[in-house]
Design a binder for this molecule. Structure first.
Ligand SMILES: C[N+](C)(C)CCCC[C@H](N)C(=O)O
Ligand SMILES: O=C(O)CCC(=O)C(=O)O
Ligand SMILES: [Fe+2]
Length: 481
């Protein structure tokens, strides 16, 4: 008897039937019996293992044939059991059948599918997708599972058997049909699957952006949006938001230079995020608060509120008055700089995205007492596609590093230096002088700001916006955000 690599065949609910090593004659007989159902009762006589196991196995094979799911048990997982072995010939036939792609309807030749032991594989619109069975059950859009009025799931996911497997699968030109063991039918539009599958998502650009240095930004000649058009037309607002999403900064001009008018602007696109600085703030160099922002000193590039667990999404600045010199605003695209780090030193990019850091705001000035702590890495990336979505960079407010051991700390300082070098390249610096009437919106998750030291009286007003609400407005206008 030839000894073969042990193989086990996966069945429903994670059960595995181990097939005893048998000789050629037995396998031939088993094959014969398999194809001739009427002989099912005689199985035990040619089986040298547990007869019920074989019976169960063969009956399942029969069911699969009936339901067209013959290829279900194609997961030929390795098993350390000495008992299981297939004859090469049978194994070949078996896996050849298993590897068969289904073109259920002749018209749907652009969609093929294959049912595996633990997932469904489907190729459509040049996308090869793999779906977990629980996922397929969980996302069912039938009336009993999903409320299309509220766009909410009604199905209790915890009630789905984790070993669930469809009883039948069918595909026509547009739709995948799955019948579950309890008879429930799930339908998925093939287009919907491409859009919503992991593989489909990976192909899509999540957030279209134009990374910039000073030259790129200036060359683009992005116009400021007129205040009236911003406030009164959807086109004006949409153009503004499109610029904002692409570049992380956008300007509105011809704004009446008051705090109240600035507030009206802010409210046009979002809810205002009230913080310890108030709702609409208004500041001069009077050191009314315990922060360098409230002085005449220069401020190096940074993002704000790094000491919040969720740093503010958007910052609005409107200079209401400046009688003096200096005080220009510095803007640097943090994502452009981070991208340079990724190109030069991917390991340093990774470190900056992995090492959690604390930022802290401790204030005890006048009647203001605050102690804020926010923890997170400098670069925040989506774990599923590594896309950068938030940069937390403020060397003034960075707290004691005590979240990593000394050697990691040293590597982190090296990576931080690389990023800082990029952020400080003069060609990456966009300098603007904010003037009364021109409001600036900054994506505080992406673009760093700073300011030049100044003399004289300078008055700035503005606010923070909740990011979710800005993106909500953009999506409602049909933008990808
Ligand atoms: C904008 N406004 C003047 C209100 C607050 C400034 C906060 C400054 C702080 N160091 C930070 O970077 O978060
Ligand atoms: O004074 C400025 O131009 C900006 C100061 C600053 O960084 C801030 O208020 O967040
Ligand atoms: Fe700031």
């Amino acid at each position: 008897m030839k000894s073969l690599a042990p193989v086990s065949v996966g069945l429903e609910h994670g059960k595995t039937v181990h097939v005893e090593a048998v000789n050629v004659g037995y396998i031939a007989a088993a094959l014969l019996l398999f194809w001739s159902w009427t002989w099912r009762s005689a199985v035990c006589t040619v089986w040298c293992g547990d007869p019920w196991e074989l019976l169960e196995f063969l009956s399942r094979m029969w069911c699969w044939r009936l339901t067209g799911l013959f290829n279900v048990p194609c997961r030929l997982s390795r098993s350390t059991s000495h008992r299981s072995a297939w004859l090469p010939g049978y194994r070949k036939i078996f896996s050849a059948a298993a590897a068969r792609w289904h073109h259920t309807a002749p018209e749907s030749l652009n969609c093929v599918w294959q049912l595996h032991g633990d997932h469904l594989e489907l190729r459509y619109a040049n996308t090869l997708m793999r779906f977990d069975f629980v996922w397929l059950r969980d996302h069912c859009r039938s009336a009993s599972c999903y409320n299309t009025k509220t766009n909410q799931r009604s199905l209790d996911t915890a009630s789905v058997d984790l070993g669930i497997k469809p009883k039948a699968v069918r595909v026509d030109e547009t739709t995948l049909f799955l019948t579950w063991p309890d008879g429930h039918v799930t339908r998925y539009g093939l287009e919907w699957l491409v859009k919503n599958s992991y593989e489909g998502q990976k192909q899509q650009v999540m957030h279209p952006r134009i990374l910039w240095n000073a030259e790129i930004y200036k060359q683009s000649q992005i116009p400021s949006i007129d205040c009236q058009s911003f406030l009164e037309t959807d086109e004006g607002l949409k153009e503004f938001l499109q610029n904002f999403l692409l570049y992380g900064i956008a300007f509105v001009e011809n704004v009446t230079p008051t705090k109240e008018d600035t507030e009206i602007l802010a409210e046009r696109i979002s809810l205002i995020r009230e913080t310890i600085y108030g709702r609409m703030w208004y500041f001069t160099s009077d050191f009314s608060r315990g922060d360098t922002a409230y002085t005449k000193l220069a401020l190096d590039r940074h993002t704000d509120t790094t000491y919040f667990q969720e740093p503010c999404g958007i910052q609005v600045f409107h200079c209401l008055k400046h009688e003096g010199t200096g005080g220009r605003t510095l803007l640097v695209d943090g994502f452009y700089a981070a991208d340079q780090v990724l190109q030069q030193a991917p390991d340093q990019f990774e470190l900056l995205s992995k090492v959690p850091l604390k930022h802290e705001y401790v204030e005890n000035v006048g009647g203001c007492h605050n102690h804020m702590i926010g923890v997170g890495p400098v670069l925040n990336v989506y774990p599923w596609n590594n896309e950068l979505y938030l940069i937390r960079y403020n060397n003034y407010d960075r707290a004691v590093i005590n979240t990593v051991p000394y050697d990691v700390a040293h590597r982190w300082y090296t990576a931080h230096r690389t990023l800082t070098t990029e952020l400080r390249r003069p060609e990456n610096e966009l300098w603007v002088k904010l003037k009364p009437g021109k409001a600036l919106f900054i994506d505080n998750w992406r673009v760093l700001h700073g300011r030049e030291a100044f003399t004289g009286y300078r008055q700035l007003c503005g606010c923070y916006l909740t990011r979710d609400d800005v993106l909500n407005t953009a999506r409602l206008l049909g933008l990808q955000a």
